[in-house]
Write a protein that binds this ligand. Structure first.
Ligand code: AQP
Length: 328
């Protein structure tokens, strides 16, 4: 079976609707067809300042959400990145292969560093290179991510190709798995920017009180017109709501547009609030169950990292040999 690898940061605790629709839903679906490796990327989380207690708690909260959303630890290796030291080890080799100019072209770093309120660490700059190592360690065929990660996937492929041509074929070149319709979910307050944990006003969080989410949806920014149509250029807000509605219900956007013919934005928003509440309520209940037994949760993660290390250590050993390290 083809392999799939993806990761998510535990930084915010709660995942948001963009994470879910852009990436996590695909993680769940790909378990049916792929050998899956999914990780909570805590090494990436310290690229911005962290409170150690909060990070530890949020790492468990993140794992609990992944299980609640449908990641099955019997079928998939679910693990915490720092439990598999090969990530940092291959990350270093990959850093030595990356051009400074090449790393400087990453637009996400430019965005994040421009927004940052505190000092920017070198880790934030090199994070896409560690991400390349995350993927290449597992020889992943596919990497389910949102559109914002496309450039990082390109870098990963470039680095894999460079390594292969310098040292002989070692890495598989991974393909991004980006589902077009939900590749970029937009902020409810600013429907021209992506929904992002760094700009919390228009973000729908999976673990917040669903009443709060419904309220955010009711007050989502829409244009001054009345008609409910899908037109991302001129009606970004309404189009974003239609995409979310469609993804959560499995009904097509066209079908929804037909259904809401003659109705107003208020009706659409109210109904979407209810659809979201229905989706998220059982997820929240399951998260609470997993968190009620942290020892069991830790066991699941330990089993996951054991499986991950089997694969990761094999890749790293080949890499160390190829670059010329003396066998230890
Ligand atoms: N708005 C989005 N639409 C679609 N996909 C999205 N993803 C994130 N936002 C959207 C996808 O979610 C996965 C996990 O994201 P991450 O935890 O690695 O962090 P991120 O991309 O840094 O998430 P944020 O919320 O957007 O944080 P900031 O503000 O720090 O940039 C990824 O596959 C991502 O594509």
């Amino acid at each position: 079976r083809p392999r799939v690898l993806s990761g998510i940061q535990p930084t915010a605790g709660s995942f948001h609707l963009g994470n879910y629709l852009g990436a996590l839903r695909q993680w769940v679906a790909l378990q049916d067809t792929h050998e899956a490796f999914y990780c909570v990327v805590d090494l990436h989380a310290i690229t911005v300042e962290q409170d150690p207690k909060v990070l530890r708690a949020n790492t468990r909260v993140s794992a609990a959400q992944l299980l609640a959303l449908g990641i099955d630890p019997e079928r998939s290796a679910l693990f915490v990145q720092s439990h598999v030291p090969e990530h940092a080890q291959l990350g270093w080799v990959m850093q030595c292969l990356t051009g400074f100019g090449e790393a400087s072209r990453m637009t996400q770093f430019k965005d994040k560093s421009a927004r940052a309120e505190s000092a920017i660490g070198v880790g934030l700059f090199t994070y896409p290179i560690l991400q390349a190592a995350d993927i290449l360690l597992y020889q992943a065929h596919h990497v389910p991510v949102g559109e914002d990660q496309r450039q990082h996937l390109e870098l990963t492929r470039d680095l894999a190709q460079r390594f292969n041509s310098r040292f002989g074929k070692t890495f598989r070149l991974p393909e991004p798995h980006i589902v077009k319709d939900t590749a970029k979910i937009f902020d409810l307050q600013d429907p021209t920017s992506k929904m992002s944990k760094s700009v919390p006003a228009g973000v729908v969080e999976l673990l917040e009180d669903p009443k709060r989410s419904a309220k955010k949806i009711r007050s989502a920014v829409t244009d001054t017109g009345r008609e409910i149509v899908y037109d991302p250029e001129n009606k970004a807000g309404v189009s974003n709501l239609l995409v979310i509605y469609s993804a959560l219900t499995g009904r097509s956007v066209d079908e929804l547009v037909a259904d809401y013919d003659g109705k107003g934005y208020g009706d659409l928003k109210k109904d979407l609030g209810e659809v979201f509440t229905e989706f998220v309520t059982p997820v929240q209940a399951k998260v609470a169950e997993y968190l009620a037994d942290p020892a069991e949760l830790d066991k699941v993660l330990a089993r996951g990292s054991e499986r991950a290390r089997e694969v990761a250590s094999r890749t790293l050993a080949r890499v160390y040999e190829k670059v010329g390290f003396l066998a230890g």
